[in-house]
Ligand binder design. Sequence first.
Ligand code: GDP
Ligand code: GDP
Length: 455
Amino acid sequence: DEDAALLGDWDVDDDLEPDVPVPPVLAIVGRPNVGKSTLVNRIIGRREAVVEDVPGVTRDRVSYEAEWNGRTFTVVDTGGWEHDAKGIHRRVAEQAELAVDVADAVVFVVDSTVGMTSTDEAVVTMLRRKDRPVIVAANKVDDMVQEAEAASLWSLGFGYPHPVSAVHGRGVADLLDAALEALPEESAHGGLVPRGGPRRIALVGRPNVGKSSLLNKLAGSDRVVVDDLAGTTRDPVDELIELGGRLWRFVDTAGIRRRQHMAHGADYYASLRTASALDRAEVAVVLLEAPSVISEQDVRILQMALESGRALVVAFNKWDKVDEDRREQLEKEIDRDLAHVAWAPRVNISALTGWHKDRLVPALDTALDSWETRIPTGKLNAFLGELVAAHPHPLRGGKQPRILFATQASVRPPKFVLFTTGFLDPGYRRFITRRLRETFGFEGTPIEIGMRVRE
Ligand code: GDP
Ligand code: GDP
């Protein structure tokens, strides 16, 4: 009918995703430069991950969907994250451990042209403590002659060292056969990794609000990636952090560090970073500082987060610096200053002491759930019908714009489209928005209302 025709190309889909089993997870681990990302590229059959000839160059990727012999699985790649020279063995092993914990089987990649190094040994020690099946890939065996070198890796005790050449694809099929054999049908450990990969968080805020401190506190150790080459343009580095039993991905954490090194134009780069982090994130945590007044820069960053359309959590840091007797007053001031984002979950924390850091996950979950909420068309129109009956649009020049019906056009964030017979006053639209929130929640997500006016 006519109304349906008006819908045009809007994609109205009220069906919820069926609950599908989580595919098993294969972790690719090894020290930097052994060829992990080259191998991952081979496995996923794409040229997406960038491989560079510089040892330890940063790359941005963590997990991929892959398929082999008709079976789907997830590849988790620890990536060539950048490390400072000090404590590199421990850090490589630590990051590998994170991937191993979520995996059902592990491919341990060794550079057969180099043999075992002490960093490799650190990874092996970690792998021995775990009960995951390990498949050894002796990489860079580009021809028959080099196969003999791979054989020495038998001594690791992880079984047959598969000679492969990630660059040429040699031996990769056999390696994958072995990996698939080791993988269960469904993931046993993948519960840590939500379907669709870890949630992506942008931690934003003006310099010195405590972003790095919070990251360190959340990671449980000084796992923040260090970038010593300040000012060079490179891919952002993300960090995986386990919170509340799941992995989360903090995007562009290197940018947090990098900005601090820069004396000039720090403001400009800080806002560039904020923009790009928001762009890649699903949810923004805007960090503010409790004891001080909200600055112009805070407001600007908050505004950027709002305009990005991401889910939003507001975190007030440094509560340890707030005197007991000033807390109540401060809460009131904050309520007043942030009235326009009263819908965002707010958490008071101390990155220094770790106080309330466990409140972050529930807030993130709330915000992300809201961000992905879809109101069925029937329910939405029943709600609007009642609302309009009780509070009709004010008369304008003897006419009254009517809402014919509404639909939710998209999620992430929720966007609604009202089909009307005339333009609705902005005040009336705000009223509808407010009622939508009162009725359906949407805590932690911006919502948008668009109009389609029938002439
Ligand atoms: P990652 O740091 O472990 O992810 O290692 P990369 O995938 O970035 O590879 C490091 C270097 O080794 C790059 O220069 C690759 O081109 C090279 N490389 C990777 N696989 C092979 C291989 O099978 N044979 C040879 N000759 N070089 C390889
Ligand atoms: P960033 O620039 O946002 O990454 O901020 P940093 O994490 O580098 O923190 C800036 C300063 O604030 C450092 O001196 C931190 O020790 C301090 N700081 C961070 N969080 C807290 C906190 O919760 N309480 C107190 N008292 N100081 C903090």
